[in-house]
Design a protein around this ligand. Structure first.
Ligand SMILES: CC(C)(COP(=O)(O)OP(=O)(O)OC[C@H]1O[C@@H](n2cnc3c(N)ncnc32)[C@H](O)[C@@H]1OP(=O)(O)O)[C@@H](O)C(=O)NCCC(=O)NCCS
Length: 318
């Protein structure tokens, strides 16, 4: 058995089998088109790879993808150095092949490969939809996962914010956002932010569903970015950079109004230490244990803090 990177033809083949797990409500062909478009996105072209775990006859036993994610690690001198973390997604074994340890071997081999690949690698991370046990076997540890939910509300005005944002505003917002000064930081680039909007664009085109009128808002020096997850009736906040509780309330009220006008049921904000003080004070915000998307990480070098001390923003999700 061995690990290999998929060719374009093998990627297309995997699109057809993984449709069973992630394709609905798209047809097999629409899902393949979605995957082609996502792989062509600038963020994926920077460093997305599809890994195959193969038997000696060349049959694919399991597969997954890795995405290049920017991260910053503070050294003993107190200076943060930029490196690379690898977000793992779409771990998949076909039904007939499950329960033989193929996914576990794949995860072990990918991590070992990443560990030796580059001295700039910081950590591997993933968002588990199958709980922690499978990935713990391969050295991953989970972080707490709580969400804050706000119902979408009609009649809310967006007058309390200075501006609603469109796709072209995203790089400016990301560039202006102050990076938190923490020992280790996973920090999505503007291209990674836009990947979430590319998903929104793709679903909106394939399912003939209009996009929300805005992908974020600003007030003073504070801003928020969000994206529609139409299948779940949610507007998910990708980034919340608020200077005060008043700004957080104004930005999230705008999000609730935009969500309502887009026909969505709620706004979802992943709990993070940096935003918790603001979000917890927003009237009507409800804290719920997250269902799926459990953040887990496996360091690729010494010196990283444990997963429970690392912030996993929604923008890092793959
Ligand atoms: C999850 C998956 C990749 C496991 O593949 P596999 O090759 O059978 O994995 P392994 O043989 O290495 O390990 C199997 C373990 O995973 C566990 N597992 C599989 N699906 C699970 C689920 N939905 N919830 C919790 N555990 C699950 C099995 O119970 C088994 O545990 P056990 O050995 O203690 O009984 C495979 O079931 C799959 O492709 N599922 C659909 C896609 C998916 O959900 N991927 C994970 C996204 S985070």
């Amino acid at each position: 058995m061995h690990l290999a990177l998929a060719t374009d033809a093998q990627k297309a083949e995997r699109d057809r089998v993984t449709h069973a797990a992630w394709g609905s409500p798209l047809s097999v062909e629409q899902f393949h088109q979605r995957e082609l478009r996502l792989r062509a996105h600038p963020w994926c072209r920077e460093g997305m790879r599809t890994w195959l775990w193969l038997d000696d006859a060349g049959q694919v036993l399991a597969s997954c993808e890795t995405f290049h994610t920017d991260s910053y690690l503070r050294g003993p001198d107190g200076v943060a150095t930029r490196g690379v973390s690898q977000a793992i997604a779409s771990v998949f074994t076909e039904s007939a092949l499950r329960g033989h340890g193929h996914a576990t071997r794949l995860m072990d081999e990918v991590a070992a490969r990443l560990e030796h690949e580059s001295p700039n690698h910081h950590t591997a991370l993933l968002f588990s939809d199958v709980g922690p046990a499978l990935y713990r076997r391969s050295g991953y540890h989970e972080a707490p996962a709580w969400d804050w939910q706000l119902s979408a509300v009609g009649g809310l005005s967006t007058h309390a914010v200075d501006a609603l944002l469109c796709d072209g505003d995203v790089p400016g917002v990301v560039a202006r956002t102050q990076r938190p000064d923490v020992p280790f930081l996973l920090w999505p680039s503007a291209a990674q932010m836009d990947w979430h909007l590319e998903r929104e664009r793709i679903y909106s085109e394939l399912l003939h569903r209009p996009r929300p009128e805005a992908c974020g808002a600003t007030v003073g020096n504070s801003s928020a970015l969000w994206a529609m997850m139409a299948r779940y009736g949610e507007l998910v906040v990708l980034l919340l950079d608020a200077e005060s509780v008043e700004d957080a309330v104004a930005l999230l009220e705008a999000a609730r109004g935009v969500a309502h006008r887009a026909g969505l049921a709620r706004v979802v904000i992943w709990e993070e230490p940096a935003t918790l003080p603001w979000v917890a004070r927003v009237p009507g915000a409800l804290r719920v244990a997250r269902d799926g998307s459990l953040p887990m990480m496996r360091p690729l070098r010494p010196g990283l803090p444990p997963a429970e001390r690392v912030a996993f923003s929604r923008a890092l999700w793959v």
